[in-house]
Ligand binder design. Structure first.
Ligand code: 4AD
Ligand code: MG
Length: 467
């Protein structure tokens, strides 16, 4: 007996009129008075369910089990695949055996009913929410997007480097890091001057969860040429918004012998590749989003694919904002950081296509960005998309040892901690550049699902660590 997934049934016509075995969960069931039950089963392999036609006169456990099964039970069904005339539900299973594998306890109400639940409610049951259509759709698209990113870089001869998750360095210099320590919190060792004695800690010094794998990726770019890292990153920011997570996935690309323009071009080429990939391989799931979440989904993505991206200098962005009639909360002036309302205004100004803003004032950006000749700005770029805002941040890196050291002094960073990073500028330094892409933010842009808490399976945010 062939064990198949529902996806197999929907994609392999050879299975029509064949007997197959399917494992899954019950999404819905209906019993008719004439002794026939219609049981909808899903198995996560695709959006579609398969309807099992279960007849009392064929099934021995009809009265003892089938009439008692409820939504959420796990089952194994055996039957013949039949094609139907229904547009959405093209196949059904003429069932000859159905076994309940796991019952839903009657004493508890099953938290996922067949009605539509709000995102807020689903966030309260993260361990069960992947049983809904919407989270299933997001999970499959997420998987395809992840694969597409790796495929793009593999095809273009980049090496994937697993950079460390535990680190001693604050790459972004913003101080929003989670500490990693094995010290006894009830009996913290102190040194002679009364400060915490991190020499007694696990690593003999302070350690944190990484905010970015960039610095170590740079080390590999400065020998392997073109590399990327893709993993979880952690930020202890007190931002409870639809686009901030405390733990999110970041793709970071680093490439030698390249400048800011090169890295902007690579990031756009990669984005177009992965968007095309998702449109091609996730058609049913994307159609579901079009029908249920976002009527603009295809127009938005196709406009992006077929338009040239606008590149503007930060200085010009400030000028556009200062001429605007819209009221902003802060005074518009050179040196200010762009908030989400500024980003949204600029995107609308350019007719809702993604834009790149580059050459930011150096006071806004991290120490590693290359200082431009004006000594006022750095060779940095942010890529902004409609609704979500910044999804990519990148820069050309400061490859001149002395300028880098000056930046450490300016920003009051302890040079000693970065000695290995300075070495990269000491031994055969090269111009190089890179960028970081927030994976959940890209997913939000592609799917139209507004809150990235609904995109990552188990979100971690301020005061929230369910599961
Ligand atoms: O702009 P960021 O902070 O840049 C860096 O970390 C660089 N080291 C990247 C590099 O050049 N290698 O972060 C990069 C991207 C942002 O554009 C955003 O999409 C995402 O990471 N991001 C977040 N996503 C979810 N939640 C958060 N708290 C995020 N913070 C940044
Ligand atoms: Mg940024």
């Amino acid at each position: 007996m062939r064990i198949v997934s529902i996806h197999n049934v929907y994609t392999n016509e050879n299975l029509i009129n064949k007997e197959v075995k399917i494992f899954g969960w019950i999404r819905n069931r209906r019993h008719s008075k004439s002794g026939v039950s219609f049981i909808d089963i899903y198995d996560g392999s695709c959006l579609q369910i398969i309807q099992c036609i279960v007849k009392k006169n064929i099934i021995s456990n009809y009265n003892s089990e089938i009439l008692k099964i409820s939504i959420g039970c796990s089952v194994c069904v055996i039957g013949k695949v039949i094609s139907t005339l229904d547009k959405y539900q093209k196949y059904e299973l003429q069932t000859n055996t159905i076994k309940v594998i796991g019952w839903v306890e009657k004493a508890h109400q099953y938290p996922i009913s067949s009605k539509k639940h709000t995102y807020e409610y689903l966030r309260s049951v993260p361990h069960l929410r992947s049983r809904t259509h919407i989270i299933g759709v997001i999970t499959r698209i997420r998987n395809n997007l992840f694969h597409a990113i790796h495929k793009f870089f593999y095809n273009n001869n980049y090496y994937w480097i697993p950079t460390p998750i535990i680190t001693s360095l604050d790459t972004e210099g913003s101080g929003s890091m989670f500490r990693v320590s094995t010290l006894d919190m009830n009996n913290i060792p102190k040194n002679k001057i009364g400060k915490i004695d991190f020499k007694k800690d696990f690593f003999g010094q302070e350690a944190f969860l990484t905010v970015s794998g960039q610095l170590t990726a740079e080390a590999y770019a400065c020998s392997m040429g073109k590399v990327y890292t893709f993993g979880p990153t952690f930020r202890a920011e007190n931002s409870n918004t639809t686009r901030h997570l405390s733990e999110f996935w970041m793709l970071e690309v680093e490439q030698s012998f390249s400048n800011l323009e090169d890295i902007i071009n690579i990031s756009i080429k990669m984005l177009k590749y992965v968007v095309k990939f998702v449109l091609k391989y996730c058609k049913t799931d994307m159609d579901f989003l079009y029908n249920n979440i976002d009527k603009n989904i295809f127009k938005r993505l196709e406009t992006f694919l077929f338009s040239d991206m606008v590149h503007i200098n930060y200085e010009d962005a400030i000028e556009i904002l200062s001429y605007s009639k819209k009221h902003f909360n802060n005074e518009i002036k050179f040196g200010m950081d762009l908030s989400i309302e500024h980003e949204k205004y600029l995107i609308e100004h350019f007719c809702n296509i993604p834009i790149v803003i580059k050459n930011y004032p150096k006071n806004l950006k991290a120490f590693y960005m290359r200082v431009n000749d004006d000594n006022k700005t750095v060779a940095a770029m942010d890529l902004l998309v409609p609704k979500v805002g910044e999804i990519i941040g990148g820069s050309q890196r400061e490859d001149r040892k002395n300028v880098l050291k000056e930046r450490f002094l300016e920003l009051d960073l302890n040079i000693k901690n970065y000695s290995w990073y300075i070495d990269l500028r000491r031994y055969g330094s090269v111009p190089h550049s890179g960028f970081g892409l927030g994976f959940e933010r890209l997913m939000s842009y592609i799917t139209g699902v507004k809150n990235i808490k609904d995109i990552i399976p188990f979100p971690r945010t301020v005061r929230n660590i369910l599961c």
